[in-house]
Design a protein around this ligand. Sequence first.
Ligand code: C5P
Length: 278
Amino acid sequence: MTAAEAAVHEAAPAKINLALHVTGRRADGYHLLDSLVAFADAGDRVTARAAGQTRLHVTGPMAARVPVDARNSVLRAAALIGVSADITLDKHLPAAAGIGGGSSDAAATLRALARLGDRPLPEALSLGADVPVCLLAGAARMCGIGEDVARVEGLPALDAVLVNPGVPVATPEVFARLECRGNAAMPEVLPRWRDGADCARWLAAQRNDLEAPAQALCPAIGAVLERLRAGAGCTLARMSGSGATCFGLCPDAATARAEAARIAVERPDWWVVATRLR
Ligand code: C5P
């Protein structure tokens, strides 16, 4: 087999918290969440080839922001599964951005190395609270601190714009600023959404409880939400995760592309993509 044939590719899609309710706090300080999570077409890409020793190469437009030492989630994932490989991370997502870049990279690495080394997937929570849902890489309801994930069937495909103002946000600082730590969960039974518009209307009644503390820490988030709401195209604008990336839901792909183009012209310094969430 040639080296090219032995390469394993895995997508590491952006994770979007369509709703994120903070329902409590554990004695160890971690927060209990109830979150509806979807994944974007946009994301990073992990390629792995069998090798005697693990090495990581980072390419792509966001490569400069990624540490290549032991902090890197790809190397931590490789150590956890115990399969050595030559790994390339093609980095397109901004880091510390609320869209699970590092977690999705870790999950994609676990999937790639499990295939390469013919190993079962390990228990992934130790790599980060978002890694279990990223292993699923499909619409899911995430509870507990992130370990309790259940696939959600019937989420309509949602056309969206993702916008990040280029300011990294530290997740622990956002949680530390949270005023109320015992908010209501989402309804126990999720509805059967008829289509994307029906889903967007339902989402409007849900929340991201981290939006206010993240905005207090990073005022650029308010500017992003304001830009998303300024056009006529977005039916809902909300922050994902602990920010600073926000998403705007649009009725169709053409509107998402038009909204993304408008914002990219207004703010050429921001990261803006039109994508589909599913
Ligand atoms: O697990 P992860 O590294 O993504 O979490 C980063 C930080 O975010 C944690 O150290 C904790 O302060 C906070 N966090 C939390 N509750 C969660 C997830 C994360 O308080 N469910």
